[in-house]
Design a protein around this ligand. Structure first.
Ligand code: ASP
Length: 456
């Protein structure tokens, strides 16, 4: 059995929802469908979730929400009319939205979640009605009835462990009877309050259900054919997709802002070893990208290159640092005390660099740490330089091959790009290079040419 999740663009209007129906009914193994709230239909459009957040915020600010309510209702009325669905569906949208907006606020984040979650709830009810209308038995399942129990960290909730068993018990028989449409993004606390995952959290719902039901695959439908080996916003000429990668490769690549869904979001599927298949609602015949526990690798083959600007280096130098036990530990504890996480610590004999995300290393913490390093660690030199970009070259195939690093270094030096930092993880499936931000695009293009263009 397959669990399929459709993102906001896949359910943004009547035409998109009909594509979902065709995809699901085209394969009898697709029994459980997780949907997001309707997303953008065009670039300047608004996501329903954003409209709902705005609505809830206005109530919290004591402002009038009549226009916002009308806009949400209109969005669903358009879908209803285009698909000739029962008017009761839109009546429910109006009534439920009003009911929740009128409820006593109590916990503000909890109130926000109760409104925010409605996009998914309505979306799933509408989708179930479309299946039924077209003659395919389908049912909407409420996360409360199914046992989707979450922590009460509103807006950032986590699944409670006992949910897996509850979900399996409830959903297995239902999936045997009909197609199940399940709203993504939210569940309920033990006290019965609505709680949502972080934004984009329908991916998490899909992964949880795929794990609970031990699905043969978790199909995640978006609006692109497959995962690109390098960011197409930086290298527009990229025209090949990744057909298969391992969980570890996905993790390494998504670390520096690679355009896959958030790796943490799919952790439940990874833990249960359910393969993930990224596919395109608008081009369902494309096999997409498979993300699997292990795969056959070609020696030396790079699977993807992630690029990310926004880093900085705190450089610390002290003569005979190598003889001073605990120097780096004391340095890092200063970061911990300021609540700043570091990314990497490349070290030499008399020097060490702490690589941080620049946006997290801001004043006044920055000056405070620099002053402490000078005073308490008696460093000879302490400087901070922002503007560093990280390039991650990833591939399981690099583990068994000599010379992958040389190829990257040759390509970058051949493009006259200075490598400021290099690091290879112990797993040997990724190499990290630091270059100046203003040379990142040139570096990405050159590496794409070197590692991917010749494969076409
Ligand atoms: N609708 C929610 C959001 O926009 C969740 C999701 O689409 O995954 O963040």
């Amino acid at each position: 059995m397959k669990v399929c999740k459709f993102g906001g663009s896949s359910v943004s209007d009547a035409g998109q929802i009909l594509k979902v129906v065709d995809i699901i009914t085209g394969d009898p193994a697709r029994r459980l469908v997780v949907v997001s709230a309707p997303g953008k239909r065009f670039k300047s459009d608004e996501k329903v979730t954003d409209m709902l957040i705005c609505c809830a915020q206005r109530v919290l600010d004591g402002e009038s929400v009549a226009d916002d309510i009308a806009a949400v209702v209109d969005r669903f009325e358009l879908i209803r009319a285009d698909l000739d669905l029962d008017r009761k569906l839109v009546d429910h949208v109006k009534e439920e939205l009003l009911r929740r907006l009128d409820a006593p606020v109590g916990n503000k984040a909890g109130f926000m979640d109760s409104i925010k979650a409605l996009g998914e709830e309505f979306s799933a009810r509408f989708c179930a009605a479309v299946f039924e209308k077209r003659g395919f038995p389908a049912r909407y399942v409420d996360p409360k009835d199914a046992g989707m129990l979450l922590s009460s960290e509103f807006g950032n909730a986590r699944l409670l462990k006992e949910s897996y068993e509850l979900l399996r018990e409830h959903l297995e028989p239902l999936c045997a009877e009909s197609i199940v449409i399940f709203p993504g993004f939210f569940g309920y606390t033990r006290d019965g309050a609505v709680a949502t995952f972080p934004r984009g959290g329908s991916d998490i719902t899909g992964a949880i259900l795929a794990a609970a039901l031990k699905a043969e695959v978790y199909e995640n439908f978006t609006d692109m054919n497959s995962v690109c080996p390098i960011d197409p916003r930086i290298v527009p000429e990229v025209n090949c997709g990744i057909s298969a990668m391992t969980y570890r490769e996905m993790r390494e690549l998504s670390y520096s802002g690679f355009g896959i869904f958030h790796d943490e979001a799919v952790m439940p599927a990874v833990k249960a070893e359910v393969p993930i298949n990224i596919r395109n609602t608008n081009n369902p015949d494309d096999p997409g990208t498979m993300i699997v526990p292990t795969r056959k690798t070609i020696p030396g083959r790079v699977i993807g290159i992630a690029t990310s600007p926004g880093f900085g280096t705190l450089f610390v130098s002290k003569y005979l640092m190598n003889r001073e036990v605990g120097f780096v530990a004391r340095l890092l504890s200063m970061f911990a005390e300021e609540g700043i996480s570091f990314e990497l610590i490349p070290a030499g004999i008399d020097d060490v660099s702490v690589i941080v995300r620049d946006k997290f290393f801001q004043e006044p913490a920055r000056s405070k740490i620099i002053a402490r390093v000078k005073k308490e660690l008696e460093a000879d030199e302490v400087t901070y330089e922002p503007g560093l970009a990280i390039i991650m070259v990833v591939g399981e195939g690099m583990r068994t091959t000599v010379g992958s690093c040389l190829r990257v270094v040759k390509t970058l030096t051949g493009t006259n790009i200075n490598i400021e930092m290099m690091n290879q993880g112990a797993s040997e499936i990724s190499m990290m290079f630091g270059v100046r931000e203003n040379r990142l695009a040139d570096a990405a293009r050159a590496l794409y040419k070197e590692f991917f263009e010749e494969r076409k």
